[in-house]
Write a protein that binds this ligand. Structure first.
Ligand code: URP
Ligand code: ZN
Ligand code: ZN
Ligand code: ZN
Length: 464
């Protein structure tokens, strides 16, 4: 195993800088950067990055490997999903451990450690889904923050499953205001949505496109507003996950203008796909069923704007794949039984580079929203999310001129379709290092299950 690697001649891009530099890696960490050709570092391995970008490995702060949902499980395991992430230039994921109702946070967290341990190709951390807020759970939150699980997802949707009412949300937020945890909110009014689901089905509206119609943008905006005000009352910061509606972006923007520590994440599917996909004929629309749902195209411009103005700070995938055959098909004849979630962990870095090519964001903003800010938001910076002396050598050599076509035929996610089938993009991951080890070498997988280690996190480093 090589302990000294040099990456020569590339354009090193971080959230703050773009510089041509040679990068020295020693024992898994970045040791130094230097003006190209000025240092004669002896090395076991030299990687020529001339003409390429040298970027921090992606940090995907929202994945669901093996998530139980709607009577089935997300089809990527930690092994297959983290391998696919590596292929796509992501070197850290933060996945969601799940507390089941009637059980402790500890039980949920232990179960997720058992799924991941020894199986991951890249590093991973955990958020905790809190489904059952009670006195014991609140005490456990303190312990989890101390041991590096510093963020907690709550759901205003899915009554009877993950749902928390406003009182439970307020209590968890009050606790996080004390212990430094960050509440991540699935902001949709699930009680109202369930009424609309029932009414739609009674009218015979069973196709996938009705998933988008009942999960109204206004009900995302209303829940986002409510979550913001509950957090304000509790004196706690708030991170709203998978924002898709422009009305929700407006709520976040207003709260941020008021000076609140309120943050928002969106996902590639909301930036590149729309209700047109949900309306694809046959049962094809089921491939695009996720919550919050895809929106009409006009929402996309507002999401891009939010990313440029920093009203949205992070792009994660919400990677939660279900195969079309046998899994999405559970909802034929009843859209409410289609398991919610889409694949994407392998596509995020490329799709966001495509956004650079198309002029939506700058190169540095690409790295900021995909690497640096998620690392800061979830307490992993500068170990993750940048290329600086002392950082983990999680580095991607990216060829900005290579063309590719996204397809289920060629992707590495364990799912039988691509949400971006046939999409042409410019830019491609060539080589990926995880803590100095080459896990993708010129488009060949050289990693191994078990290389990835658990990453305990500090509290949010993004508060103003
Ligand atoms: O549809 C989605 N997003 N599935 C994953 C669970 C969640 O709510 O994030
Ligand atoms: Zn139990
Ligand atoms: Zn969610
Ligand atoms: Zn999710």
């Amino acid at each position: 195993m090589s302990t000294r690697t040099v990456i020569r001649g590339g354009l090193v891009i971080t959230a703050s800088d773009e510089v041509h530099a040679d990068v020295l890696i020693e024992d898994g960490r970045v040791a130094a950067l230097a003006v190209p050709g000025t240092q004669e570092w002896g090395a076991d391995r030299v990687i020529d990055a001339t003409g390429k970008y040298v970027i921090p490995g992606g940090v995907d702060a929202h994945t669901h490997m093996e998530l139980p949902f709607g009577g089935t499980f997300a089809s990527d395991t930690f092994e297959t999903g983290t391998r696919a992430a590596a292929w796509g230039g992501t070197t850290t994921i933060v996945d969601f451990a799940v507390q089941s109702v009637g059980h402790s946070l500890r039980e949920g967290l232990d179960a997720w450690h058992a799924k991941a341990e020894g199986n991951c190709a890249i590093d991973y951390g955990f958020h905790m889904i809190v489904s059952d807020v009670n006195q014991d759970t609140l005490k456990e939150m303190d312990l989890l923050v101390e041991e590096g699980v510093t963020s907690f997802k709550q759901f205003m949707a899915y009554p009877g499953v993950f749902y928390s009412d406003d009182g439970q949300i307020l209590r968890a937020m009050q606790r996080s205001a004390e212990n430094g945890g960050l509440i991540m909110m699935h902001a949709e009014n699930g009680i109202a949505i369930d009424v609309l689901v029932e009414q739609a089905l009674a009218r015979g509206e069973t196709d996938p496109r009705y998933h988008g119609e009942v999960r109204k943008a206004l009900l995302e905006a209303e829940a986002t507003h409510r979550a913001i005000r509950l957090a304000q009352v509790a004196g706690a910061p708030l991170y709203v996950v998978h924002v898709s509606a422009m009305e929700a972006v407006a709520e976040l923007a207003r709260a941020r203008d008021e000076g609140l520590n309120v943050f928002g994440e969106t996902c590639p599917q909301y930036l590149f796909l729309s209700t047109d996909n949900l309306a694809e004929p046959g049962f094809e629309g089921a491939k695009y069923v996720c919550s919050t749902p895809l929106r009409p195209r006009e929402h996309q411009a507002q999401l891009w704007k939010g990313l440029r103005t920093n009203d949205l700070q992070v792009v994660s995938t919400d990677h939660c794949p279900f195969c079309f055959a046998g899994q999405k098909e559970l909802g034929r004849g009843d859209f409410s039984k289609i398991p919610n979630g889409m694949p994407g962990v392998e596509n995020r870095m490329d799709l966001l580079h495509q956004a650079v090519v198309e002029g939506h964001i700058s190169r540095r903003r690409w790295i900021e929203i995909a690497c640096a800010t998620p690392a800061r938001m979830f307490g992993m910076y500068p170990k993750k999310g940048t290329i600086a002396p002392g950082s983990d050598a999680d580095i991607v050599i990216y060829d900005p001129g290579a063309e590719q076509v996204m397809s289920a035929e060629t992707h590495h996610m364990n799912v039988d379709y691509s949400a971006y089938e046939g999409k042409r993009t410019t830019g491609r991951v060539e080589t990926v290092l995880s803590r100095g080890e080459v896990v993708i070498n010129e488009r060949e997988y050289t990693g191994r299950a078990g290389h990835g280690t658990y990453t305990p996190r500090s509290t949010c480093q993004y508060l103003t």
